[in-house]
Design a protein around this ligand. Structure first.
Ligand code: ZN
Length: 68
């Protein structure tokens, strides 16, 4: 095998722009993430905003995603 060793890169999954995650009421994590996301968006940092969006989704994803 001559393939280079590269870090496994997960496929980029862009969150659906039509359905931004909504912070769960009473959730401090959501609140903090949502605030940071808003700041990132204001700063034009889409990448960071997207990351925070994903974090907001993921920290509520208690079910492990099934991979087939
Ligand atoms: Zn939350």
């Amino acid at each position: 095998m001559t393939s280079r060793q590269t870090a496994p890169e997960p496929p980029v999954t862009l969150p659906d722009p039509t359905r931004p995650p909504r912070p769960a009421p009473g959730c401090d994590v959501c609140e903090a993430l949502d605030q940071q996301r808003a700041e990132a968006e204001e700063a034009g940092d889409v990448r960071r905003a997207t990351t925070l969006e994903m974090e907001m989704r993921q920290h509520h994803a208690t079910r492990p995603r099934k991979r087939r």
